[in-house]
Design a protein around this ligand. Structure first.
Ligand SMILES: NC(=O)c1ccc[n+]([C@@H]2O[C@H](COP(=O)([O-])OP(=O)(O)OC[C@H]3O[C@@H](n4cnc5c(N)ncnc54)[C@H](O)[C@@H]3O)[C@@H](O)[C@H]2O)c1
Length: 318
């Protein structure tokens, strides 16, 4: 089976690829523009690990280059596309919304059109819990009203609509997964956990938004990869599903876990600041529909997930 993973040098695309590559019958093709939203060295580091596998090939391509994509599809006969590439980050989207229109909305349009042209079997898209914005009722189900409150969320919702519109009457079936704060080894340095780890290492002060009272439904990367891979053999067609542990944790509790795993004696300079515009206060998804389809799913406990993440950070600096 020939599988294309967009964003394979990114956090989630890398883990998904590594896990797909364990199956020797899969040929995994990674694409990434290797943009410099965060330190490119981390992307190169992830790619170095992937390139050790014989059944992996990498192409440095920007998804906006339709011609290049077309020739890659023509040559390789892909069965499956995992569209994981994108411009993430809530706060950066307030500063540079253009990057979101290009790398989320426009890029999704191009890849879904090319996937349709080559009649790939399944198109699996990485969307985000941010499309829900601030809700009053919890846990959040897929059918709740969408209230995107920043350019990141708006372009992810727009991308979902593009996937649906392009593929709904085609031979290619789509699955849209809405991820809730994914974390783990080799995580993104702009996200809270790795930002915190880097700050601890360098003895730097760290800003804690909303005085640490935010609640986030943290979901461990291996759980996400497993579900993404299981969905290859599931008869799920044209569906939208949350991927979450459905068990949110307070930022202040998470900080305790990070400090105790890093080193009990570590003194960290916390700068508790007020609410930050554009941020969502609480995420807590429902995984009821996910479990109905996938059966019994066991989600990694946050204590174990953080332990693994801190361990990898100490060994690999990532
Ligand atoms: N990490 C999370 O908690 C989380 C939560 C919800 C949704 N998501 C979504 O999952 C996806 C992956 O997130 P991540 O955390 O791995 O981010 P990431 O930034 O680590 O990975 C994204 C990768 O896509 C690449 N990319 C961006 N624009 C591109 C383009 N035009 N052409 C080719 N490659 C391009 C980047 O270079 C990067 O390596 C994103 O779409 C994000 O919106 C992530």
């Amino acid at each position: 089976m020939n599988i294309l993973v967009t964003g394979s040098a990114g956090f989630i695309g890398f883990h998904l690829s590594i896990n797909l590559l364990k199956n020797k019958r899969f040929k995994v093709f990674g694409i990434d523009s290797l943009n410099n939203y965060y330190d490119k060295k981390l992307k190169i580091k992830r790619l170095k690990i992937l390139k050790k596998k014989k059944n992996f090939s990498f192409y440095k391509i920007n998804l906006l280059k339709k011609k290049k994509l077309n020739s890659l599809f023509k040559k390789n006969n892909f069965d499956i596309v995992y569209h994981i590439a994108g411009q993430p980050g809530v706060l950066y989207s307030l500063k540079n919304p253009k990057s979101y229109v290009l790398n989320n909305t426009a890029a999704t349009k191009v890849i879904s059109q090319v996937a349709k042209k080559y009649s790939i079997k399944k198109f699996i898209f990485a969307s985000s819990s941010s499309v829900y914005g601030d809700q009053k009722k919890f846990p959040i189900s897929e059918n709740f009203e969408k209230k995107p409150k920043n350019p990141y969320a708006k372009t992810k919702l727009e991308s979902e609509k593009i996937v649906i519109k392009t593929l709904k009457k085609s031979k290619s079936k789509y699955i849209i997964f809405r991820f809730f704060t994914v974390y783990g080894p080799y995580g993104r340095p702009d996200m809270f956990i790795h930002k915190f780890l880097y700050s601890m290492k360098k003895n730097k002060e760290i800003n804690i938004y909303n005085s640490g009272k935010n609640l986030r439904d943290f979901t461990y990367i291996d759980d996400v990869s497993k579900i993404l891979i299981k969905s290859l053999n599931k008869k799920i067609y044209n569906k939208i599903l949350n991927i979450c542990r459905s068990n949110p944790i307070l930022t202040n509790k998470l900080i305790d876990l990070l400090i105790s795993n890093y080193s009990n004696r570590k003194k960290v300079k916390l700068n508790k600041i007020d609410f930050v515009e554009g941020e969502v206060l609480k995420t807590h998804g429902s995984n009821k529909n996910l479990k109905e389809i996938f059966g019994k799913l066991i989600f990694t406990d946050i204590k174990k997930g953080i332990k693994n993440t801190v361990k990898s950070f100490k060994i690999n600096n990532a």
